[in-house]
Design a binder for this molecule. Structure first.
Ligand code: NAP
Ligand code: GFB
Length: 311
Protein backbone atom coordinates (compact mmCIF):
# COMPACT_ATOMS: atom_id res chain seq x y z
CA UNK A 1 0.00 0.00 0.00
CA UNK A 2 1.37 3.39 -0.99
CA UNK A 3 0.95 6.13 1.62
CA UNK A 4 1.61 9.73 0.63
CA UNK A 5 2.50 11.90 3.64
CA UNK A 6 2.24 15.65 2.98
CA UNK A 7 4.04 18.07 5.33
CA UNK A 8 6.66 15.40 6.07
CA UNK A 9 9.38 18.00 6.78
CA UNK A 10 7.36 19.59 9.59
CA UNK A 11 7.35 18.75 13.29
CA UNK A 12 4.64 16.08 13.10
CA UNK A 13 6.04 14.83 9.80
CA UNK A 14 9.47 14.32 11.43
CA UNK A 15 7.90 12.44 14.32
CA UNK A 16 5.94 10.32 11.91
CA UNK A 17 9.05 9.37 9.95
CA UNK A 18 10.93 8.53 13.12
CA UNK A 19 8.07 6.46 14.57
CA UNK A 20 7.49 4.11 11.67
CA UNK A 21 10.66 2.10 11.90
CA UNK A 22 8.53 -0.90 12.81
CA UNK A 23 7.90 -3.35 9.96
CA UNK A 24 4.73 -1.77 8.60
CA UNK A 25 3.49 -3.11 5.31
CA UNK A 26 3.25 0.35 3.78
CA UNK A 27 5.41 2.10 1.25
CA UNK A 28 5.66 5.71 2.39
CA UNK A 29 6.18 8.70 0.10
CA UNK A 30 7.29 11.71 2.14
CA UNK A 31 6.66 15.14 0.77
CA UNK A 32 7.62 18.74 1.58
CA UNK A 33 6.89 22.03 -0.18
CA UNK A 34 10.00 21.69 -2.39
CA UNK A 35 8.68 18.43 -3.82
CA UNK A 36 5.31 19.97 -4.59
CA UNK A 37 3.63 23.26 -3.74
CA UNK A 38 0.19 22.02 -2.75
CA UNK A 39 -1.34 25.47 -3.26
CA UNK A 40 -0.65 24.85 -6.97
CA UNK A 41 -3.56 22.80 -8.30
CA UNK A 42 -1.82 21.52 -11.44
CA UNK A 43 1.28 20.51 -9.52
CA UNK A 44 -0.84 18.71 -6.93
CA UNK A 45 -2.74 16.74 -9.58
CA UNK A 46 0.52 15.86 -11.32
CA UNK A 47 1.92 14.62 -8.02
CA UNK A 48 -1.05 12.33 -7.43
CA UNK A 49 -0.94 11.07 -11.00
CA UNK A 50 2.74 10.19 -10.62
CA UNK A 51 2.78 8.80 -7.09
CA UNK A 52 -0.57 6.93 -7.24
CA UNK A 53 -1.15 6.79 -3.48
CA UNK A 54 -3.60 4.36 -1.90
CA UNK A 55 -3.71 6.44 1.27
CA UNK A 56 -2.87 10.06 2.13
CA UNK A 57 -1.85 11.44 5.50
CA UNK A 58 -2.31 15.16 5.00
CA UNK A 59 -0.16 17.17 7.42
CA UNK A 60 0.88 20.06 5.18
CA UNK A 61 -0.45 23.43 6.31
CA UNK A 62 0.54 26.98 6.97
CA UNK A 63 1.00 26.73 10.74
CA UNK A 64 1.80 29.29 13.42
CA UNK A 65 1.17 30.63 16.91
CA UNK A 66 -1.25 33.25 18.13
CA UNK A 67 0.64 36.25 16.73
CA UNK A 68 1.53 34.67 13.38
CA UNK A 69 -2.11 33.70 12.92
CA UNK A 70 -3.22 37.30 13.42
CA UNK A 71 -0.42 39.03 11.47
CA UNK A 72 -0.86 36.79 8.41
CA UNK A 73 -4.55 35.98 8.75
CA UNK A 74 -5.25 36.21 5.01
CA UNK A 75 -2.30 33.96 4.11
CA UNK A 76 -3.37 31.42 6.73
CA UNK A 77 -6.87 31.36 5.25
CA UNK A 78 -6.01 31.26 1.54
CA UNK A 79 -2.98 28.96 1.59
CA UNK A 80 -4.71 26.42 3.79
CA UNK A 81 -7.95 26.50 1.78
CA UNK A 82 -5.95 26.03 -1.43
CA UNK A 83 -3.81 23.17 -0.13
CA UNK A 84 -6.74 21.32 1.39
CA UNK A 85 -9.02 21.79 -1.61
CA UNK A 86 -6.34 20.60 -4.02
CA UNK A 87 -5.35 17.59 -1.92
CA UNK A 88 -8.90 16.33 -1.38
CA UNK A 89 -9.92 16.98 -5.01
CA UNK A 90 -6.87 15.08 -6.27
CA UNK A 91 -7.54 12.27 -3.78
CA UNK A 92 -11.06 11.95 -5.15
CA UNK A 93 -10.01 12.09 -8.83
CA UNK A 94 -7.17 9.60 -8.37
CA UNK A 95 -9.32 7.23 -6.28
CA UNK A 96 -7.37 7.38 -3.03
CA UNK A 97 -8.88 4.88 -0.57
CA UNK A 98 -8.53 7.02 2.54
CA UNK A 99 -7.32 10.50 3.55
CA UNK A 100 -6.44 11.40 7.15
CA UNK A 101 -6.29 15.20 7.70
CA UNK A 102 -5.55 17.25 10.80
CA UNK A 103 -7.60 20.17 12.11
CA UNK A 104 -6.83 21.88 15.46
CA UNK A 105 -8.79 22.71 18.64
CA UNK A 106 -8.70 26.38 17.59
CA UNK A 107 -11.40 25.49 15.02
CA UNK A 108 -13.90 25.25 17.88
CA UNK A 109 -16.15 28.22 18.64
CA UNK A 110 -14.73 30.82 21.00
CA UNK A 111 -17.87 30.43 23.04
CA UNK A 112 -18.47 26.72 23.63
CA UNK A 113 -19.35 24.20 26.32
CA UNK A 114 -16.26 22.67 27.93
CA UNK A 115 -14.78 20.21 27.42
CA UNK A 116 -14.92 20.66 23.65
CA UNK A 117 -16.72 17.76 22.02
CA UNK A 118 -16.70 17.00 18.30
CA UNK A 119 -20.37 17.94 17.80
CA UNK A 120 -19.57 21.60 18.62
CA UNK A 121 -17.06 22.35 15.82
CA UNK A 122 -19.38 24.40 13.63
CA UNK A 123 -21.61 25.90 16.34
CA UNK A 124 -20.33 29.51 16.44
CA UNK A 125 -17.42 31.67 15.28
CA UNK A 126 -13.85 30.78 16.30
CA UNK A 127 -11.62 33.10 18.35
CA UNK A 128 -10.77 36.29 16.43
CA UNK A 129 -7.00 35.80 16.78
CA UNK A 130 -6.95 32.90 14.30
CA UNK A 131 -10.17 33.05 12.34
CA UNK A 132 -8.46 32.66 8.93
CA UNK A 133 -6.73 29.39 9.87
CA UNK A 134 -9.72 28.15 11.87
CA UNK A 135 -12.25 28.65 9.08
CA UNK A 136 -9.89 27.08 6.53
CA UNK A 137 -9.51 24.03 8.80
CA UNK A 138 -13.28 23.88 9.35
CA UNK A 139 -13.74 23.78 5.58
CA UNK A 140 -11.35 20.81 5.47
CA UNK A 141 -13.84 18.98 7.65
CA UNK A 142 -16.78 20.20 5.52
CA UNK A 143 -15.07 19.14 2.28
CA UNK A 144 -14.22 15.73 3.75
CA UNK A 145 -17.84 15.20 4.81
CA UNK A 146 -19.23 16.45 1.46
CA UNK A 147 -17.01 14.08 -0.57
CA UNK A 148 -17.97 11.22 1.72
CA UNK A 149 -21.68 11.98 1.27
CA UNK A 150 -21.69 12.54 -2.51
CA UNK A 151 -18.87 10.27 -3.69
CA UNK A 152 -18.45 7.78 -0.83
CA UNK A 153 -14.85 8.90 -0.17
CA UNK A 154 -13.32 7.73 3.11
CA UNK A 155 -11.90 11.12 4.13
CA UNK A 156 -11.49 11.55 7.88
CA UNK A 157 -10.38 14.48 10.05
CA UNK A 158 -8.74 14.49 13.49
CA UNK A 159 -8.40 17.37 15.96
CA UNK A 160 -5.17 17.67 17.94
CA UNK A 161 -4.75 20.40 20.55
CA UNK A 162 -1.51 22.40 21.05
CA UNK A 163 1.45 20.32 19.88
CA UNK A 164 5.15 20.46 20.74
CA UNK A 165 8.28 18.44 20.20
CA UNK A 166 11.62 18.16 18.48
CA UNK A 167 11.86 19.79 15.01
CA UNK A 168 9.29 22.45 15.92
CA UNK A 169 9.46 25.99 14.55
CA UNK A 170 11.54 28.05 17.01
CA UNK A 171 10.77 31.44 15.45
CA UNK A 172 10.47 34.14 18.12
CA UNK A 173 7.26 35.76 16.91
CA UNK A 174 5.54 33.46 14.40
CA UNK A 175 5.68 30.10 16.21
CA UNK A 176 3.94 28.49 19.18
CA UNK A 177 4.51 29.08 22.85
CA UNK A 178 6.67 26.05 23.80
CA UNK A 179 9.33 26.44 21.09
CA UNK A 180 9.37 30.24 21.57
CA UNK A 181 9.84 29.90 25.33
CA UNK A 182 12.56 27.27 25.01
CA UNK A 183 14.49 29.57 22.69
CA UNK A 184 13.91 32.77 24.68
CA UNK A 185 14.90 31.18 27.98
CA UNK A 186 17.92 29.40 26.50
CA UNK A 187 19.17 32.60 24.85
CA UNK A 188 18.54 34.63 28.04
CA UNK A 189 20.58 32.10 30.02
CA UNK A 190 23.47 32.17 27.55
CA UNK A 191 23.49 35.98 27.46
CA UNK A 192 23.23 36.11 31.27
CA UNK A 193 20.12 38.28 30.95
CA UNK A 194 18.42 38.89 34.33
CA UNK A 195 14.94 38.91 32.74
CA UNK A 196 13.11 37.10 29.98
CA UNK A 197 9.98 38.66 28.46
CA UNK A 198 7.00 36.40 27.74
CA UNK A 199 3.56 37.28 26.38
CA UNK A 200 0.30 37.85 28.19
CA UNK A 201 0.07 37.38 31.95
CA UNK A 202 0.81 33.67 32.17
CA UNK A 203 -2.74 32.72 33.17
CA UNK A 204 -4.14 31.22 29.90
CA UNK A 205 -4.61 27.48 30.01
CA UNK A 206 -3.65 25.02 27.30
CA UNK A 207 -3.60 21.28 26.72
CA UNK A 208 -0.42 19.99 25.07
CA UNK A 209 0.25 16.80 23.12
CA UNK A 210 3.70 15.51 22.23
CA UNK A 211 4.28 15.31 18.49
CA UNK A 212 5.46 11.66 18.72
CA UNK A 213 2.06 10.72 20.16
CA UNK A 214 0.33 12.35 17.17
CA UNK A 215 2.63 10.36 14.88
CA UNK A 216 1.51 7.08 16.49
CA UNK A 217 -2.10 8.26 16.43
CA UNK A 218 -1.98 8.89 12.68
CA UNK A 219 -1.33 5.22 11.94
CA UNK A 220 -3.94 4.22 14.50
CA UNK A 221 -6.51 6.44 12.76
CA UNK A 222 -5.47 5.22 9.32
CA UNK A 223 -6.21 1.67 10.40
CA UNK A 224 -9.11 2.14 12.80
CA UNK A 225 -11.19 5.31 12.37
CA UNK A 226 -13.63 5.69 9.49
CA UNK A 227 -16.17 8.06 11.05
CA UNK A 228 -18.05 10.83 9.26
CA UNK A 229 -17.17 13.66 11.65
CA UNK A 230 -13.89 14.73 13.24
CA UNK A 231 -12.32 13.02 16.25
CA UNK A 232 -10.42 14.81 19.03
CA UNK A 233 -6.99 13.22 19.51
CA UNK A 234 -5.25 15.50 22.02
CA UNK A 235 -3.98 14.63 25.47
CA UNK A 236 -6.22 16.23 28.08
CA UNK A 237 -5.37 18.12 31.27
CA UNK A 238 -4.85 21.87 31.29
CA UNK A 239 -1.69 23.63 32.33
CA UNK A 240 -1.13 27.38 32.62
CA UNK A 241 1.44 29.16 30.45
CA UNK A 242 3.16 30.26 33.66
CA UNK A 243 3.57 26.62 34.70
CA UNK A 244 4.89 25.72 31.24
CA UNK A 245 7.41 28.58 31.51
CA UNK A 246 8.55 27.39 34.96
CA UNK A 247 9.06 23.85 33.63
CA UNK A 248 11.18 25.15 30.77
CA UNK A 249 13.19 27.39 33.11
CA UNK A 250 13.94 24.33 35.22
CA UNK A 251 14.97 22.25 32.18
CA UNK A 252 17.22 24.98 30.81
CA UNK A 253 18.62 25.95 34.22
CA UNK A 254 17.87 29.69 33.88
CA UNK A 255 18.22 31.75 37.04
CA UNK A 256 16.63 35.06 35.94
CA UNK A 257 13.05 36.23 36.21
CA UNK A 258 10.05 36.37 33.90
CA UNK A 259 8.49 39.68 32.89
CA UNK A 260 4.97 39.30 31.46
CA UNK A 261 4.21 41.64 28.55
CA UNK A 262 0.44 42.06 28.55
CA UNK A 263 0.54 44.14 25.36
CA UNK A 264 1.28 40.92 23.45
CA UNK A 265 -1.57 38.63 22.36
CA UNK A 266 -2.95 35.98 24.71
CA UNK A 267 -5.42 34.28 22.37
CA UNK A 268 -8.20 32.24 23.91
CA UNK A 269 -8.18 31.90 27.68
CA UNK A 270 -8.75 28.13 27.50
CA UNK A 271 -9.88 25.38 25.10
CA UNK A 272 -10.01 22.06 26.99
CA UNK A 273 -11.09 19.14 24.82
CA UNK A 274 -12.71 15.76 25.39
CA UNK A 275 -10.96 12.72 23.94
CA UNK A 276 -13.67 10.28 25.05
CA UNK A 277 -14.44 9.23 21.48
CA UNK A 278 -10.80 8.24 20.95
CA UNK A 279 -10.56 6.50 24.32
CA UNK A 280 -13.58 4.37 23.43
CA UNK A 281 -11.41 3.00 20.60
CA UNK A 282 -8.86 1.81 23.18
CA UNK A 283 -6.08 4.25 22.41
CA UNK A 284 -3.12 3.60 24.71
CA UNK A 285 -1.53 6.16 27.06
CA UNK A 286 0.03 9.42 25.95
CA UNK A 287 3.59 10.37 26.77
CA UNK A 288 4.19 12.15 30.05
CA UNK A 289 4.19 15.94 29.48
CA UNK A 290 7.17 16.78 31.70
CA UNK A 291 9.31 13.97 30.26
CA UNK A 292 8.52 14.97 26.66
CA UNK A 293 9.13 18.63 27.41
CA UNK A 294 12.51 17.76 28.90
CA UNK A 295 13.47 15.72 25.85
CA UNK A 296 12.41 18.61 23.58
CA UNK A 297 14.54 21.06 25.62
CA UNK A 298 17.51 18.64 25.57
CA UNK A 299 17.14 18.21 21.82
CA UNK A 300 17.07 22.01 21.35
CA UNK A 301 20.23 22.47 23.44
CA UNK A 302 22.17 19.98 21.31
CA UNK A 303 20.93 21.41 18.01
CA UNK A 304 21.06 25.16 18.71
CA UNK A 305 21.33 27.33 16.62
CA UNK A 306 20.64 24.89 13.76
CA UNK A 307 16.92 24.60 14.29
CA UNK A 308 13.93 25.74 12.26
CA UNK A 309 12.97 29.37 12.87
CA UNK A 310 16.54 30.52 13.55
CA UNK A 311 18.34 29.58 10.35
P1 NAP B 1 4.92 22.45 10.54
O1 NAP B 1 6.00 21.94 11.40
O2 NAP B 1 4.79 23.92 10.38
O3 NAP B 1 5.07 21.78 9.10
C1 NAP B 1 4.26 22.19 8.05
C2 NAP B 1 4.52 21.30 6.87
O4 NAP B 1 3.67 21.73 5.79
C3 NAP B 1 5.96 21.36 6.35
O5 NAP B 1 6.35 20.08 5.93
C4 NAP B 1 5.85 22.29 5.14
O6 NAP B 1 6.84 22.05 4.15
C5 NAP B 1 4.48 21.89 4.63
N1 NAP B 1 3.91 22.93 3.76
C6 NAP B 1 3.62 24.21 4.09
N2 NAP B 1 3.16 24.88 3.00
C7 NAP B 1 3.18 23.98 1.98
C8 NAP B 1 2.84 24.06 0.62
N3 NAP B 1 2.37 25.19 0.06
N4 NAP B 1 2.95 22.94 -0.14
C9 NAP B 1 3.41 21.79 0.38
N5 NAP B 1 3.75 21.65 1.67
C10 NAP B 1 3.64 22.74 2.46
O7 NAP B 1 3.52 21.91 11.04
P2 NAP B 1 3.20 20.83 12.18
O8 NAP B 1 3.28 21.54 13.48
O9 NAP B 1 4.00 19.61 11.95
O10 NAP B 1 1.65 20.56 11.89
C11 NAP B 1 1.22 19.39 11.20
C12 NAP B 1 -0.30 19.45 11.09
O11 NAP B 1 -0.87 19.48 12.42
C13 NAP B 1 -0.84 20.68 10.36
O12 NAP B 1 -1.90 20.29 9.53
C14 NAP B 1 -1.33 21.58 11.48
O13 NAP B 1 -2.36 22.43 11.05
C15 NAP B 1 -1.77 20.57 12.52
N6 NAP B 1 -1.75 21.08 13.91
C16 NAP B 1 -0.56 21.55 14.43
C17 NAP B 1 -0.55 22.03 15.74
C18 NAP B 1 0.70 22.57 16.38
O14 NAP B 1 0.63 23.03 17.55
N7 NAP B 1 1.86 22.53 15.72
C19 NAP B 1 -1.73 22.02 16.50
C20 NAP B 1 -2.89 21.51 15.94
C21 NAP B 1 -2.88 21.04 14.64
P3 NAP B 1 8.22 22.88 4.14
O15 NAP B 1 9.01 22.38 5.32
O16 NAP B 1 8.85 22.53 2.85
O17 NAP B 1 7.85 24.33 4.28
O1 GFB C 1 1.24 28.70 21.33
P1 GFB C 1 0.39 29.90 21.10
O2 GFB C 1 0.86 30.90 20.14
O3 GFB C 1 -1.00 29.32 20.68
O4 GFB C 1 0.19 30.69 22.52
P2 GFB C 1 -2.56 29.49 20.91
C1 GFB C 1 -0.31 30.07 23.66
C2 GFB C 1 -0.26 31.05 24.83
O5 GFB C 1 1.10 31.28 25.20
C3 GFB C 1 -0.88 32.42 24.55
C4 GFB C 1 1.31 32.67 25.42
O6 GFB C 1 -1.66 32.81 25.67
C5 GFB C 1 0.34 33.33 24.43
O7 GFB C 1 0.08 34.68 24.83
N1 GFB C 1 2.72 33.03 25.20
C6 GFB C 1 3.55 33.54 26.14
C7 GFB C 1 3.39 32.96 24.04
N2 GFB C 1 4.74 33.83 25.58
C8 GFB C 1 4.67 33.47 24.27
C9 GFB C 1 5.61 33.52 23.20
O8 GFB C 1 6.75 33.95 23.33
N3 GFB C 1 5.17 33.03 22.00
C10 GFB C 1 3.91 32.52 21.82
N4 GFB C 1 3.56 32.05 20.61
N5 GFB C 1 3.01 32.50 22.83
C11 GFB C 1 -2.56 28.93 18.38
C12 GFB C 1 -3.48 29.29 17.26
O9 GFB C 1 -3.08 29.58 19.45
O10 GFB C 1 -2.58 27.53 18.66
C13 GFB C 1 -3.29 28.44 16.10
O11 GFB C 1 -3.36 30.67 16.97
C14 GFB C 1 -3.11 26.96 16.41
O12 GFB C 1 -4.34 28.65 15.21
C15 GFB C 1 -2.29 26.70 17.64
O13 GFB C 1 -4.33 26.30 16.49
C16 GFB C 1 -2.36 25.27 18.10
O14 GFB C 1 -3.06 28.26 21.57
O15 GFB C 1 -2.90 30.76 21.58
Amino acid sequence: MRVLVTGASGMVGHSFRENIKLPYSYHFIFLDSKDCDLTDRQATFKLFEETKPDYVIHLAAKVGGVKGNTDYVADFYTQNIQMNTNVLDAAYIFKVRKVVSLLSTCVYPDSATYPLTEDQVHKGPPHRSNFGYAYAKRMLDIQSQAYRQQYGCNFITAIPNNLFGENDNFHLTDGHVIPALIRKIYEAKNAEEPIVTLWGDGSPLREFTYSDDVARLLLFLLEKYNGTGPINIGNTGEISIKEVANNIIENIGYEGNIVWDTSMPSGQYRKPSSNNKLMEMRWYPYSDFKTSLKSTCDWFKTKYPNVRGIN
